[in-house]
Every structure is written in structure tokens, then in C-alpha cells.
Design a protein around this ligand. Sequence first.
Ligand SMILES: [Zn+2]
Length: 152
Amino acid sequence: MWTIREGFRDTPSSTTWPDGALLRKARNLREIARNAVEARKSKKTIPLEELNDFLGHLVSHCILKAKSRIEFRLERVYRQKTVEEYLAPVAESVTELLSHADFDLVRHCEGEQCVLRFYDRTKSQRRRWCSPQFRGNRAKVAAFRARAKRSR
Ligand SMILES: [Zn+2]
């Protein structure tokens, strides 16, 4: 699931969210993001209201972290007390994509049964899968088919 792949933990144990609330909201945000990306990709008007509603829940502040005695890094810390706050950083990422990305490089994954899109940051700009795992599966399927054909 994309939430796990993107490094989202399960709900923090200190929260008392109703059952399924995070999943419902995450699916809602996924739909909003999908619609916005599809609209942007096909140069249609992007529906902004729902995405901006999500962004309205974003509460964050910066902290300074020491990498060493002379190196520092600015880090953003997000408040995640509600389901909306927990997902708001994802909405922020979607917003950054919509405002900065080259949408010729936003493509559908060619993995069988994969519904994801990815942003191709490779130098050659010829990436075809959202994850190397799909390339591996594809190669295995091709090898299996080749073996099956030879044994016929
Ligand atoms: Zn994929």
C-alpha cells in the first residue's frame, strides 16, 4: 500500500481515532490527489477546494537539527493529533507536485495490475515502473513465458 511505501506508520498509539477513520480519510485524499493529477495532466482546471481544505489542517513548525558540531539541518515537524493533521503532509506533497512538477514526467506505471503513477526523476527519463519490484516481476514473467514456449 502506498501509505506504507511512503513511510507512513500505522496510527500512532496515543491517538483515539474512530475505527477506519484514517483509512476513509486517506482514500478520500487519494481520490482528491488522483483527480487533481489527472486534471493537471490533461490540462484541465484542477479542483482546488478539497485539496485546500486538507491543507487547512496542516500544523507544523521547524526545528534545527545538528548533523555535527558545524553542520545543521532545518527539519519540519508536523502535528498529527487528528486524522486530517496526520494526512495533511501528504496533501502538502501533492500541492508541491502540482505547483512544481513537469507533468510530462508524471506517468502511469507499466506494472501489470498496478494503478500508480510516478514522477520520473531519472536522467534518461525512460522509467516505466513505480518500483523496481515490478521490473523484476515483469522479467520473471517474460522468462517463464520463454521457458514455456521452448518446452512446447
Ligand atoms: Zn507500479
